[in-house]
Ligand binder design. Structure first.
Ligand SMILES: Cc1cc2nc3c(=O)[nH]c(=O)nc-3n(C[C@H](O)[C@H](O)[C@H](O)COP(=O)(O)O)c2cc1C
Length: 332
């Protein structure tokens, strides 16, 4: 089933293998796309994955994780982003982008968060966001969605995981506000509503979440699913399930370690899910999809090592997939 196609709206994914968003910290300090990005995403597209979700891309300059993140806070970013979209789509791969505000985990000069609580380590204490700050960030997400549409992406993923701003609102560990945003679902809902003003309803809207924080004070698959269900009817199509990132804690990782979280979120929300974590092996991914733990599987670090995972791995599994014409003479 891993190699079966999947349909969402009018988009056909040629298989269930996903390249998840992975920051490359390779942009200039103004967030522009360069040749590296086009080659990097183009190579994974040639390698045969069904969906590429471009790395966390900053909706504001202060919302970047680092000053070398890709940016989408200006209309001048659009032509460069379009180059990534074009190369991905030219190999029949669905092109996604992850929109991010890094919140208190921004390593820029002015990190902001729901509350003035540091992530820890060498991270600064963020400024507690005023209502105006919140309005400005929500507006920025909408403008970023407009630009993502203009650049031609098929799928927009809201980064609601890993301790970045949206997740900071969702977690009681980082959100101790006294106003209506104490309920982090309210912030998430306002972000989705703003994005919906610009992101066409014919395109795919996805949300990445951390479904567990590995400490008892944090979110659970149940509380995160409640937040998803709160905004689901606004038009969420797909949930990308991850974990951790808001607390400095060691995560017990093993191949497929987040698949049970994906399964739980799928059960509780009824939405299709992307699951994964430390997966290198297509056979494990196949098992996860056929046992209905996830609809899609992401291979992060494996695809950094091995961009041609799908086209060559399929041969080893005896599955017929389209091999890039230009590389046929190298086929095993
Ligand atoms: C270099 C690197 C950068 C990452 N950047 C992002 C990111 O921009 N957004 C995100 O949601 N996750 C990010 N992640 C997490 C991955 O998307 C993925 O969830 C994680 O690596 C686990 O999958 P894996 O074990 O298959 O690598 C990053 C991971 C790596 C290794």
């Amino acid at each position: 089933m891993l190699f079966d196609s999947y349909q969402i709206k009018n988009f056909t994914f040629k298989n269930r293998v996903v390249m998840p968003p992975m920051c490359m910290y390779s942009a200039d300090t103004e967030g522009y796309v360069n040749d590296f990005h086009v080659v990097h995403y183009g190579t994974r597209a040639i390698g045969g994955v069904g969906l590429i979700i471009q790395e966390a891309t900053g909706v504001t300059p202060d919302g970047r994780i680092s000053i070398h993140d890709l940016g989408i806070w200006s209309d001048t970013h659009v032509p460069g982003l379009k180059k990534i979209v074009d190369v991905i789509k030219s190999y029949g791969v669905i092109a996604g982008i992850q929109l991010n505000h890094a919140g208190r985990k921004s390593k820029t000069e002015h990190p902001m968060g729901p509350s003035a609580i540091s992530y820890g380590g060498d991270y600064q204490v963020p400024k507690e966001m005023s209502e105006q700050d919140i309005k400005d960030v929500i507006f920025a997400f909408g403008q970023a969605a407009r630009r993502a549409d203009e650049a031609g992406y098929d799928l927009l993923e809201i980064h609601g995981a890993h301790g970045y701003l949206i997740f900071e609102f969702l977690s009681p560990i980082s959100n101790q506000r006294k106003d209506k945003y104490r309920d982090g679902k309210v912030f998430l809902k306002e972000v989705v509503e703003e994005i919906n003003k610009y992101w066409p309803k014919e395109k795919i809207l996805a949300l990445r979440v951390s479904a567990y924080e590995y400490v008892k004070e944090g979110v659970t698959p149940e509380s995160i699913s409640e937040a998803i269900n709160f905004v689901k009817d606004l038009g969420l199509d797909l949930i990308d399930v991850s974990s951790g990132g808001n607390v400095l804690v060691k995560i017990p990782a093993f191949p497929g370690y987040q698949l049970d979280l994906a399964k739980r979120v799928k059960e509780l929300t009824g939405l299709p899910v992307i699951g994964g974590g430390l997966i290198s092996d297509l056979a494990l991914a196949e098992n996860a999809v056929s046992s209905k733990r996830a609809d899609f599987i992401y291979f992060g670090r494996e695809l950094l090592r091995n961009p041609y995972l799908v086209i060559n791995g399929a041969i080893d599994l005896g599955v017929e997939v389209a091999y890039p014409e230009a590389y046929i003479r190298g086929k095993k």
